[in-house]
Design a protein around this ligand. Structure first.
Ligand code: SF4
Length: 285
């Protein structure tokens, strides 16, 4: 099968930065190092760090006194950082700068007495961290229907989950405009995911199917698959080459590939190699 890989597929700036910081921390550490939440949402990367000793913990109590804690790239709330300081932990903060910006805008809006609305997935760690920067006062919505169901808000401040698709947030903001008098919107979308989605969407209509590679927990990977599905219904999401079933590709000669921002190059290369090796079944005369 012929395979075309979309530009910008795979590791973004924020993920590369988090991995570099975690590697340097492990290289230099004299004691145990823990990661508060998964460093990034990719199982292969998390497992390889676990093998190097970076254990994922859900709570700071699981970090040894005076130990080192790595804050995940999706960020945490201010309380977790305060607590880490109280516990005298060494903190290595890998929060992506785009996420930090969203946290800062949300905190500023609350300070200025706006009701903050976050457009995102309420269960995603990044969104939880942004809400924590508003003292838990922000409302989280994810659809235009949810926006329309809100009570009228005279002063509304809006931020987005960094990895959302631009078309989606435009639709939800459009609905929010009907529910507020003063509506202040900060564009907190991350440039890396916007470019990744754009190149994948440009490729998707020109191929017979798209394969999107990335962790199941990765929000940007899920968004990537969703935007591609709008222009080509034949989209397959996989975490690794092992999940590729040749039967799914029956009759397909040309396939496009893209990958979420936390997908390592090796995983993309394995998938491409496997796809290239899938042969079309011989047609009977
Ligand atoms: S996808 Fe964007 S927001 Fe998320 S880590 Fe990468 S650069 Fe940062």
């Amino acid at each position: 099968m012929e395979v075309i890989v979309a530009d910008n597929a795979g590791f973004c700036f924020g993920v590369k930065r988090a991995i570099k910081m975690a590697n340097e921390t492990l290289d230099q550490a004299h004691g145990p190092v823990k990661s508060l939440g998964q460093l990034i949402h990719n199982p292969q990367v998390v497992t390889s760090f676990q093998k190097r000793g970076l254990e994922v913990v859900a709570d700071l109590d699981q970090v040894a006194p005076n130990g080192t804690v790595v804050i995940r790239s999706h960020g945490v709330g201010p309380e977790a950082k305060r607590r880490a300081t109280e516990l005298a932990l060494r903190v290595v903060d890998t929060t992506c700068p785009f996420v930090t910006k969203a946290q800062q805008y949300a905190a500023k809006l609350i300070e200025e007495n706006y009701k903050v609305v976050v457009i995102g997935d309420k269960d995603h760690p990044e969104v939880k961290g942004v809400v924590a920067h508003t003292d838990g006062k922000a409302i989280v919505i994810n659809t235009a229907a949810e926006a329309e169901a809100l009570k009228f808000i005279p002063r509304m401040g809006v931020v987005f989950q960094t990895t959302h698709a631009i078309g989606h947030v435009q639709e939800v903001v459009g609905a929010l405009l009907k529910r507020g008098k003063e509506v202040r919107v900060f564009n907190t979308l991350c440039g890396a995911t916007t470019s990744m989605q754009k190149t994948a969407v440009e490729l998707a209509p020109d191929v017979e199917a798209m394969v999107i590679i990335g962790g199941r927990l990765s929000a940007n990977t899920a968004q990537l698959a969703e935007v591609c599905r709008k222009v080509n219904p034949r989209v397959l999401s996989v975490e690794s080459a092992a999940e590729l079933d040749p039967a799914w590709f029956a009759g397909i000669r040309l396939v496009g590939v893209s990958a979420g921002a936390s997908t390592p190059d090796e995983v993309i290369a394995e998938v491409v190699e496997r796809l290239t090796g899938i042969e079309e079944p011989a047609t009977s005369a």
